[in-house]
Design a protein around this ligand. Structure first.
Ligand SMILES: [Zn+2]
Length: 64
């Protein structure tokens, strides 16, 4: 049932990932997010991606 998709966070194309609020996130990024240190350089980047996903979701929800 899995299909290949492009990761919303890192842009890599893989079938190993999950959908969060309609956006595909590869398994590598899922693990990165779960294991992310607040002091990490990547923290801000990932946080922005998650905010973008959430904003898009709210926009979509408001339109329907
Ligand atoms: Zn990714």
């Amino acid at each position: 049932m899995e299909k290949v998709d492009r990761c919303f966070v890192c842009g890599s194309i893989t079938l190993n990932g999950i959908y969060v609020l309609g956006k595909f996130i590869c398994i590598n990024c899922v693990y990165e997010l779960m294991d992310l240190d607040v002091n990490s350089e990547k923290y801000d980047e990932y946080r922005k991606c998650m905010i973008k996903i959430w904003e898009d979701y709210i926009k979509t929800a408001n339109l329907s």
